[in-house]
Design a binder for this molecule. Structure first.
Ligand SMILES: [Zn+2]
Ligand SMILES: [Zn+2]
Length: 216
């Protein structure tokens, strides 16, 4: 996991690395790519999974595409990404993708998608009725029982009291929890793309349940 205001997971497979989200901008994502390659040397970044097409989570996609990473996104993002990546770039100086001369490649998913080899499995699921963004995908690590999510549960500080006036955000957190139930995702920990209030810490299923006033 690569932390900061935005957190990313670089998942190591036998022959390649998978990155989740390309946050903020090309500089931030380039720093994440460099760190991933330092920790996991001699493997290419083959995929970058996008949780949803909000700019703070995909602003660095061109840097990932310049690495040759295939972009995985929900199929409803296809028109948007085609437009983003086909608009002529007149940036000066040219960015890494322009310089590389590579054409970005995409894989679009519907309800679910799996990446798997002998060493690791990760599963991606579309979250239905996501109030924050219709295209929302969560990434599940079945062996580790971890769910990576963006903007579904921006965790409060450890042991913070549940919010006094549950608003729209709580409604979406409830929705998120019930979607994980519907998908039969067996998880103990959540990795929010945004750093929890009060700094990095492990965020658990119990944290989510406490926040939404659920007991089981
Ligand atoms: Zn968002
Ligand atoms: Zn966000």
């Amino acid at each position: 996991m690569i932390t900061g205001g935005y957190r990313t997971i670089a998942a190591e497979f036998k022959d390649y690395i998978v990155l989740i989200d390309a946050p903020q901008n090309q500089a931030a994502t380039s720093a994440i790519i460099a760190e991933a390659k330092r920790v996991i040397p001699n493997k290419p970044i083959r995929y970058v999974i996008t949780t949803h097409a909000h700019f703070d989570h995909v602003g660095g996609l061109r840097a990932a595409a310049a690495e040759g990473a295939t972009i995985i996104a929900h199929e409803m993002d296809k028109p948007l990404y085609e437009k983003w990546f086909s608009n002529p770039r007149t940036l000066f100086p040219p960015d890494a993708l322009s310089k590389s001369g590579k054409r970005p490649s995409f894989e679009y998913m519907g309800d679910r998608k799996t990446l798997k080899d002998d060493t690791r499995t990760i599963e991606m699921y579309h979250i239905r009725g996501a109030l924050h963004s219709e295209d929302m995908i969560v990434v599940y690590f079945p062996k580790e029982k971890i769910v990576f999510e963006a903007d579904a549960f921006n965790a409060p500080a450890a042991n913070a009291a549940p919010p006094a006036n549950p608003g729209a955000q709580i409604a979406f957190q409830r929705r998120f929890a019930s979607e994980l139930d519907r998908l039969k995702i067996d998880y103990t920990h959540i990795v929010p793309a945004h750093q929890p209030a009060g700094g990095d810490r492990d965020v658990t299923k119990e944290d989510l349940f406490r926040n939404i006033g659920r007991t089981n």
